[in-house]
Design a protein. Structure first.
Length: 260
């Protein structure tokens, strides 16, 4: 099985969807708890949600394997993204509700984690870095759009209700003020969704590592509450909800491209 698909676009925009994959190799799946085998912490349907991006000319990078195999949005040394807060790691052993990913005694060893990094994590990042370099060289700059989604209420990870749309720019470090401003204007023009910038989700490893505005690479993460486009209990796609949300996402991607 291929590890990812990469569509090469013609405009200076790369949409990365590191948690879209659902495949778990049989040898790993056999060690998971029954609930974890459903891969509930997938960013469900995000590649479908952004399927319009190719027609806009964007490059799109989509993995095939689940974050339970290895989390592509964590650093290879597993440094915590949110010190002092509950979070999941490079090879998660806790689900988003705090329950176990693995049956007792079946968690991966450090050697196994290292092997997964080499087999699954590194190829994605080589492809990501290569496509960013190609687009930056061709256009003089590029925007990396990190596309994510998550259940809107997860007490183990955050209190209360997550806003509908959660922009992360590493506290303003991973993109220029101009880009952040254009996105804020686009969000202010719509009234269907509440939103926040640099709230609970400030951007994961990919946003923080690759976002280097001074080097011509700007990065933004958008974490979407899944209630906005699907049924969170069944993971079912909601056609009407998704269509409304896609209008806003399209406006955001056009704003991201606006001055490039």
């Amino acid at each position: 099985m291929d590890l990812f698909t990469l569509h090469h676009g013609s405009r200076p925009l790369l949409v990365s969807l590191p948690h879209d994959g659902t495949h778990v190799p049989d040898a790993i799946a056999a060690r998971l708890t029954a609930s974890a085998r459903r891969v509930p912490d997938t960013d469900w349907h995000v590649s479908r949600l952004y399927d319009f991006a190719r027609a806009m000319g964007a490059s799109v990078l989509v993995p095939t394997h689940s974050r339970y195999v290895v989390d592509l949005n964590r650093s290879e040394d597993d440094t915590s993204l949110y010190p002092g807060q509950n979070t999941t790691g490079l090879c998660p052993v806790r689900q988003f509700d705090g329950s176990a990913v693995y049956a007792d005694g079946q968690e991966p060893s450090p050697d196994e984690i290292g092997a997964r990094v080499e087999a699954y994590w590194r190829p994605y990042h080589v492809a990501l870095a290569g496509e960013l370099a190609r687009l930056r060289d061709a256009h003089g700059g590029v925007v990396l759009w990190e596309a994510h989604s998550i259940r809107g209420e997860l007490p183990w990870l955050f209190p209360g209700r997550l806003p509908d749309l959660n922009l992360g720019t590493a506290g303003g470090v991973s993109c220029s003020p101009e880009l952040a401003g254009r996105l804020a204007v686009a969000l202010a023009k719509q009234d269907g969704y509440d939103w926040v910038a640099n709230g609970r989700f400030k951007g994961g490893y990919i946003t923080r590592h690759y976002g280097r505005p001074e080097l011509g690479v700007e990065a933004v993460q958008l974490e979407i509450a899944q209630r906005c486009y699907m049924d969170e209990a069944s993971f079912a796609w909601d056609v009407a909800k998704a269509a409304s949300l896609q209008d806003v996402l399209r406006a955001l991607l056009e704003a991201a491209l606006g001055e490039l």
